[in-house]
Ligand binder design. Sequence first.
Ligand SMILES: Cc1ncc(COP(=O)(O)O)c(C=O)c1O
Length: 398
Amino acid sequence: MRVSLDFDLATPEPPPQASVDAAVKLLQSGYLFRYGEMGGEGNEAALLEVEFAAMLGAKYCIGVNSGGSAIFLALKAAGVQPGDAVLLNAFTLAPVPGALQHLGAVPVLVEIDERLVIDLDDLRHKAEGSGAKYLLMSHMRGHIADMDAVRALCTELGITMIEDCAHTMGATWNGVQTGRFGIAGAFSSQSYKQFNTGEGGLIVTDDPDLAARAILMSGSYMLWPQHEAAPPPEVFARWTAQCANHSMRMSALVAAILRPQLPLLGARNTRWRALHDRIAAQLVHQHIRLPRRPAAEGYTPTSLQFFVRGLTRAQIDALITDSTAHGVPIKFFGGDQPVGFTSRSPHWGYIDTGQQVERSEAILSTLCDIRLPLGLSDAQADTLAKVVLQSLQKVTPA
Ligand SMILES: Cc1ncc(COP(=O)(O)O)c(C=O)c1O
């Protein structure tokens, strides 16, 4: 008997009541802007930065208005200039090359492997060939490369690494949290991430100059002393006249909604991983293969990826149509056009890289992706897996 999933997979996780209460209180006060001209004591954004820095074991934290802004500002504050080459793994989402375009930087695409992470041999090859001194390491869809090896290679070649942790809040490699391997980590609290504030971003770093520059460029007017997870005034003195205001700061309202979610991260990630692994264990089929997950990868999946193997393009399209009709929309990375949170480098017409990443293209040409909302019950997760298997059965009759 055919089954259907009766649950919208695009359901975001609502913030807890404490977020609602904090937001209402703030709204009633009117102090939605993070800085106060008469002093900003107790501002939600400054408090969030202190708490988030502590959570990551980082010295400094800067709240901004989106994950894309966090990436842009982290790279700019790390010193990326227009025309600079920046290494980037070829599996990522549009805001990441978008940040590079915004910087006027030149992306150098690095191949990925079957685990959906950066290929270390190609990283060395592209780094040596291009002379790039920056790596934007995107942990796309929560797949984490051997970060010890990536870091060692960056150190060897004098490369400054910035991590895009939009999908890896709380994730680890060998017990170390993502965002702590390079000079800075950039996080997002857009609705489908581990924390939901609609929009929001955070930068963590131990580098005082990067932190001061990011704070100034985020648009702190002359009120940067109201930051608490920040370096001392003498560091700001080096940069105040040098940094443009890009007005990307975080609003106090976003911070108020985010702070009560911080203590929920562990439980949320445990549930996400249980949901992922439960479904993955059921997706056993000759035409399905899941990316390998090494023991060192402390993954925190908010979505599930699988490859469809041995199917024609028409069969893949039929699979997606049938599965969607039964309540499980499958996103596909192999499409000619970017659709709903998928894209590949040929879609980024605004940055003509002129580079072929054929191996990555071949890998992504069979990659499917399903969102995993936290509200999904075990029974619904089982139904989700059944829908995919039944749709696959239908398009590949024996
Ligand atoms: C891999 C990746 N990096 C960065 C971002 C940017 O996040 P934001 O939407 O907060 O700008 C996203 C957004 O989904 C993403 O998927």
